[in-house]
Design a protein around this ligand. Structure first.
Ligand code: GLN
Length: 187
C-alpha cells in the first residue's frame, strides 16, 4: 500500500514521518503521475487558500475529485478539512467540494488562539489523545450521511463520510499514531 501526501505546502513531512512509523510507504504528491501511483491521499494542514490555488492551477484538484468519487480514500487535516468541504460558511468559494460538511475557517480565532486538549476519541483511541488545534476550522453541521467522530462544545472536529476522513486538528504533530492507523485501516 502506498499513501500520498499532497505536498504543495503545509505539514507534509510530519504526515510522511507518521506513516513510515507505522510501516506504510508514503510519498509526496505534486503531480498527476504521483497521484495515480498512490492508493490514498492525505491533504495536510497549512493554508487552505494557498493549497487550493495550487490544486486549481495544476489541475490536480480535478484529478483528486475524480479519484475520490471513484473510491480513493482521502484524509484532510485542518486546512485539508477545509479543502474537502462542500461548504465554507465564512467564504464565498469552495475547493474540492467533496464532503457534506459546513466548515468555518479560523473558527477559534487567530494563531494566538491555537490550543491543545487531551481527549479520548471514540472508535480511535480509548486513551486520551493530544488534539492540536492551530488556527483550526470546525464544522458547524453535516448531512446525516456524515458520521461524526468527535465534537467539541457542540462543533464537529472529526468526521467520516464513506472513504473520506476530516479532522480539524493535527494528529501528525503529536507522538500518537492512532489516527494514521485508523486511516490506513480505512484504506
Ligand atoms: N487557518 C488555516 C486555513 O484556513 C488552516 C490552519 C491549519 O491547517 N493549521 O487554511
Amino acid at each position: 500500500m502506498k499513501v500520498g501526501v499532497l505536498a504543495f505546502q503545509g505539514a507534509v513531512r510530519e504526515h510522511i514521518y507518521m506513516l513510515k512509523k507505522i510501516g506504510v510507504k508514503a510519498f509526496p504528491v505534486r503531480k498527476k503521475e504521483e497521484l495515480l501511483d498512490v492508493d490514498a491521499l492525505i491533504l495536510p494542514g497549512g493554508e487552505s487558500t494557498v493549497i487550493g490555488k495550487f490544486l486549481k492551477e495544476t489541475g490536480l484538484g480535478q484529478e483528486i475529485i475524480k479519484l475520490v468519487k471513484s473510491g480513493m480514500p482521502i484524509w484532510g487535516t485542518c486546512a485539508g478539512m477545509i479543502l474537502l468541504a462542500k461548504h465554507i460558511v465564512n467564504e464565498n468559494y469552495v475547493h474540492l467540494g467533496l464532503m457534506d460538511i459546513w466548515v468555518k475557517r479560523n473558527a477559534y480565532g487567530s494563531q494566538l488562539d491555537s490550543f491543545v486538549i487531551k481527549k479520548p476519541v471514540p472508535g480511535i483511541s480509548e486513551k486520551p489523545l493530544e488534539l492540536v488545534f492551530i488556527r483550526a476550522p470546525y464544522a458547524e453541521k453535516a448531512e446525516p450521511c456524515v458520521e461524526v467522530i468527535l465534537e467539541l462544545d457542540g462543533k464537529i472536529v472529526a468526521a467520516r463520510q464513506d472513504k473520506m476522513l476530516a479532522t480539524a486538528f493535527h494528529p501528525e504533530v503529536t507522538e500518537d499514531v492512532s489516527f494514521h492507523k485508523f486511516f490506513v485501516e480505512m484504506i
